[in-house]
Design a protein around this ligand. Sequence first.
Ligand code: PAP
Length: 333
Amino acid sequence: MTSQQPPKPRYLEEDVLTQECMNLISSLPKEKGWVTTTLYKYQGFWHSTKQLEGLLSCQKHFEAQDTDILLITTPKSGTTWLKAILFALVNRNTFPLTQLAADDHPLLSNNPHTLVPFLELELYADNNIPDLSTFASPRLFSTHLPYVSLPNSIVRSSQGKLVYLCRNPKDTFISLWAFTNKMRLEEMGSNSLEEVFEKFCRGVSLYGPFWDHVLGYWEESLKNPKKVFFLKYEEMIEQPKLHLKKLADFLGCSFSSKDEKQVTIERILEICSFDNLSNVEVNKEGKLPIGVNCNTFFRKGKVGDWKNYLTTEMEARLDKICEEKLDGSGLKF
Ligand code: PAP
């Protein structure tokens, strides 16, 4: 009897690469990865080879439209949540959220990552050049790319809007540690907390250094607040209505008195809540095309979970790095 191995998830196919990407990585600094064997430093940030291939392709081929909305996040800062919120918000007239109509809302049959796809990890992955003409306007895309690596087209040649989300580094780190352990194949074993903590502190994490990522967008949001909206996970948890209203204003789709009457804000927050989304069938049982189980995007959804994992020394070390890196920027976690 022959036992068939399940196919490797796409993100682990590190050797299937374009010649361009192979040439590039041969000259880049490298480190051992959290999930893949190697991370490479490109334009100041750490990437797996698959990420890098997608990055190069979307930098070259993505053509932004003035109505585009690009959600950018540091990994594990609430990407799935904000994807759902953005989708429900900008499509609230097409997919109304009144009690009855909400029953067949796309968020109840699709994972948010399907509705708001990643540029470098999905659309432009595997050297693909996607046909984006079928996307309804405003087109919603997402990325984890740092500001310096964004496609020129969205930054300079279009009026497209950038929505940035980040999260306090301690919860980001714990969420990333838990997530990457689930992305590893069983035979690879788990990464110890201590090992990856060292890496995170040195800036060696997916799309890290964390601080450079947040600072890049923080500074741009100060320079150009009409272009870049800067939001923290904790702010959204604490005052969801306030920040959802601000987001709608920023995107030029402010809530109307009809929305008020129909309690649209409350409905958006309700359908996108952790409890609701994590119990939707596709999010419990589904798998994304890149090979990740949808349920790995729903763990606890709490602020301060790091307290259950980090020692006092680790906490002090991360706080100190954060203070030093963000010093003078006006940004605090
Ligand atoms: P990604 O960057 O890889 O796409 P992302 O969605 O940012 O992942 O990470 C998931 C985190 O958001 C998880 O945090 P945790 O590990 O600390 O629990 C997940 O639980 C949380 N999350 C997912 N959906 C929601 C939601 N609807 N509301 C609040 N938090 C959520």
